[in-house]
Design a protein. Structure first.
Length: 428
């Protein structure tokens, strides 16, 4: 590959906190040089892109993405997910094992990765099942799955309710140095509900899930992490009580991290007033006090990672009464503008925001991205943080269009995306 120079950029480097003019020299898929001069000399034969003074940051590493291959390609394929990710400035998608069949066997993982390598415009980082069949009863074969390329182990949206089984999972993962990703929500407490239990839920006449369902499960998980010493990541933390449990665990020095989706710090339960099923999420949207507390925890760094929790559902799954409609929303293309709300509100700088979007998830998964440095992968997003537009869900690249942000005014979006130095997306 010939050299590529991205000049006249506002470089955003979460690893150093840099936010200033500069340029990048890219060769063979890697960043070869980082210049403070926005218009450096052009190497012979190099291609040139003028960034127009826009921010240029490491590509987003999205730690929670559901793709329907194998089993549900009509909802999302690796091709459509890759196109959506590139359009959203996401250069690595960490795919969940919640497929048909689930990714609990090396052969299934290898099949999915061959398909992803062939079809996806962005990098695909696979997670494998924590338990066989994701049924929470018997551990999967972590050693074989690690050898096949798994970066972490999770049962996606299916919490392991049996504490003995989960302790065994943590012990086994710890012996291999593997990361366990868990969905902290007590399944017994959440079984009958579809919204957060509150006065507003009662007014809607919808069965609620008490917010303590999240706190109770996270408290249990933290106790088991303390026993085993395992590496643990909470895939979604959305309530004030769970934040307290997370803070205590970190203060005790446990190797724990947590993420939140952009939906949970930009929306709250009042968005459910007209029973819109595109807003039906797992965990459900929370009270305003929880939303504000989560946004503050992201800005503070208590919550380490911002993710999309991209979960495509077809029209038939969502065009149902609220109680029986499918959970989830697409988010690959709304993650960046959703996260930028924290920047526009003055809560975070752009380097700090991309620390949550890029650097922290890359480090947690042992990936080399998330920084603008010599030798780092040239996975990059050029974006306009201030452009306003009204989102039309039918313009999304995902096969499924179940976004809660349809017809909403958004601010900021990706302009161009590079993966390994190759252009994966250009707007317009």
């Amino acid at each position: 590959m010939s050299a590529l120079v991205l000049r006249n950029a506002r470089l955003i480097d979460p690893a150093t906190g840099r936010d200033g003019p500069g340029a990048l020299l890219i060769r063979d898929g890697l960043i070869e040089d980082v210049s403070h001069d926005p218009a450096p000399a052009l190497p012979e034969g190099a291609a040139l892109v003028d960034c127009g003074g826009l921010p240029l940051a490491p590509g987003i590493v999205d730690m929670r993405v559901f793709v329907g291959e194998p089993g549900e390609r009509h909802k999302e394929s690796y091709r459509s997910a890759g196109e959506a990710a590139a359009a959203g400035g996401v250069t690595t998608i960490c795919v969940q094992p919640d497929t048909a069949p689930p990714v609990d066997d090396p052969a299934v993982l290898e099949f999915a990765m061959r398909r992803a390598e062939k079809a996806s415009a962005v990098r695909v980082a696979p997670m494998a099942a924590l338990t066989k069949g994701m049924k929470g009863r018997e551990m999967a074969e972590y050693g074989f799955l690690l050898d096949a390329g798994a970066l972490a182990f999770t049962d996606a949206s299916h919490p392991v309710s049996d504490p003995t089984v989960f302790r065994n999972c943590l012990d086994y993962a710890h012996s291999l140095g593997a990361l366990v990703v868990h969905h902290p929500q007590d399944p017994a407490m959440a079984a009958e509900g579809c919204v957060t239990e509150s006065l507003f839920a009662s007014m809607l006449g919808l069965p609620g899930v008490h917010p303590f369902a999240e706190r109770i499960m996270l408290e249990r998980d933290m106790a088991l992490v303390e026993i085993t010493g395992a590496r643990y990541h909470a895939d979604l933390v959305t309530t004030r009580g769970a934040l307290e449990a997370l803070r205590r665990a970190k203060e005790r020095g446990l190797d724990v991290s947590a993420a939140v989706s952009h939906h949970h710090f930009t929306l709250n339960e009042h968005d459910l007033a007209d029973y819109p099923t595109f807003f039906k999420l797992d965990p459900p949207l929370r009270e305003e006090e929880d939303r504000a507390a989560v946004a503050e925890a992201v800005a503070e760094g208590l919550i380490d990672v911002i993710c999309s929790s991209h979960r495509p559902q077809d029209e038939e799954s969502k065009r149902q009464p609220f109680e029986v409609a499918a959970y989830g929303a697409v988010g690959l293309e709304t993650l960046l503008p959703g996260a930028l709300k924290l920047f526009h509100d003055g809560a975070m700088s752009l380097p700090a925001l991309f620390e949550r979007l890029s650097l922290a998830p890359a480090r947690r998964l042992g990936l080399p991205g998330g920084r603008l440095a010599k030798g780092a992968p040239a996975d990059l997003v050029l974006f306009d943080p201030s452009v306003p537009y009204v989102l039309d869900r039918f313009s999304l690249r995902s096969k499924s269009k179940n976004t809660p942000f349809d017809r909403r005014l958004m601010t900021g979006r990706a302009v161009r995306t590079w993966v390994g130095g190759r252009e994966a997306f250009r707007r317009g």
